[in-house]
Design a protein around this ligand. Sequence first.
Ligand code: DGY
Length: 320
Amino acid sequence: MKVFITKRIPEAGIQLLKDAGLEIFIPEHENLSHEEWLNYCKGSDMILSVGSEFRYDQAFFNNCPEVKAIALYSVGFDHVDVKEATARNIPVGNTPDVLSKATSDVAFLLMQSVARRASYNFGKVKSGNWGDFDPLHALGQELYGKTLGIFGLGRIGMEMAKKSKTAFGMEIIYHNRSHNDEAEKELGARYVSFDELITQSDVLSIHANFKPEQKELFNASVFEKMKENAIFINTARGGFHNQKDLYDALAEHKIWGAGLDVTNPEPMFKDDPMLELSNVCVLPHIGSATVEARTGMAKIAAANLIAFSKGEPMPASVNP
Ligand code: DGY
């Protein structure tokens, strides 16, 4: 069976696929056009899909009836119409767990960077404006004992909550589809309504799987209700926030700052006015970018396809 790997992944995953006797195709160049991607998909039985720029929707499945299984090289699966895939008996796999620590590390990093105004201060150093010791300038805020609100308390949210509790003794509140018993028992986390989450959080961090109905859920009406000292962190999907509304809230100092590993649109435009603000820290979607996480992701994606090729269920599947 032929596997199309849309972009080169760590060797550990490729080796597993080879050892399992699967035929592999990896394009010579990266950044495939939509047409190139579709053409390669057409001749393949299985796709190991890297990144989320190409959509696996009804049109795709109509165009590529030979595709029998898809292994995503991501935990997020918002670029796949899972219902449609399931209706066609096409298993779709993802890469949970292995990137939870790395991704939550980035949320934790952004939280501290924004609290201590790292971008602003780094900008001063870069522009040759180190400045004298000033008791009143460039002051950050401490996170000790503050309230961390988590939207979507799954595996990644849980890692963020644990770190924040351990390092800063933060109170954890969360809003989720359902109660997280482990978080309530181990961390004393408190389930709250969405409104309580946005009004009580000193740091609000998004860790949910993105669904179309949640598009720009975090918009002006939410930022308006947040605390003035609040820090907004998004390492999940840019679609969760309205970028213009966030810009306004930050520019008008309605909230303290924002740390983003994902943007809307993504990639962010080079001249996005958000980049001019001193209370923002933006990273280019590097949540899972560690050797350990990316190697783990390669192994799980390969394991998903190998299982399928043997007629077994994928170890990490998103089909209901
Ligand atoms: C994920 O795994 O979903 C990361 O955001 C990379 O897409």
